[in-house]
Design a binder for this molecule. Structure first.
Ligand code: CA
Length: 218
């Protein structure tokens, strides 16, 4: 899952990046509001963590412009402590959730997991499909109750497909959520990864729709 973190305090930004990377996400960061707006408008993110007080363009304007342009990615807004007016404005502008500063990193991670689940129409942190169970809190996949060792990329693939069950997802979209920034994108990288996941979770787990992409059916 590719997450954009927009925050102008370098210390907070570094802490959030470290925590998200440790939790298995692909992280891109931006500290300027206008640059962030451009990224969110043109790139595909599974979710955005957005601070409101930003140089360039304030976070609320960034949020409003994304929503006005039809960008629907889930957004977790970070607000100053006690600023209930900011929270109300943020939610009215289309934020999916907010977190007042200072916050515990575990709470930020839990809220991020929740908005990702909701955006995929999934209500529980544990998603199952047949004998395969994905536990997003433990970042673990089991088959018939037995943990299946997956590489970080394999885990991301399984997680993304299971968060969007029954939706056919194209190679391009998958590649964007699987590979790190500046990673050399090989044309068959997704295919190879799908092959490895099938060997571990069963050939029928991921289906290929020729010319369209891949799908995990519920
Ligand atoms: Ca700020």
């Amino acid at each position: 899952m590719r997450i954009l973190v927009v925050e102008d305090d370098p210390r907070i930004l570094a802490d959030v990046r470290t925590a998200l990377v440790a939790a298995g996400y692909l992280v891109e960061t931006e500290s300027d509001g206008e640059e962030a707006w451009f990224l969110g408008d043109t790139e595909d993110y599974a979710a955005v963590i957005l601070d409101l007080g930003l140089p360039g363009m304030d976070g609320l304007s960034v949020l409003k412009r994304w929503r006005a342009n039809g960008r629907t990615m889930p957004i977790l807004v970070l607000t100053a402590r006690g600023s209930w007016t900011e929270r109300v404005e943020g939610i009215d502008a289309g934020a999916d959730d907010y977190l007042p500063k200072p916050y515990q990193m575990d709470e930020l991670l839990a809220r991020l997991r929740a908005i990702l689940r909701r955006s995929g129409g999934v209500a529980s942190p544990v998603i199952s499909r047949g004998e395969v169970v994905l536990d997003t809190r433990q970042m673990r996949v089991t088959k018939q109750g037995v943990p299946v060792p997956l590489s970080p990329q394999e885990y991301r693939l399984v997680s993304y497909l299971m968060h969007h069950m029954d939706r056919v997802i194209g190679q391009q979209e998958l590649a964007e959520h699987l590979q790190a920034e500046h990673y050399e994108r090989e044309s068959n990288a997704v295919e190879v990864l799908v092959g490895r996941v099938r060997r571990k979770l069963g050939t029928g787990f991921v289906e290929t729709r020729r010319g369209f992409g891949y799908v995990v059916e519920s």
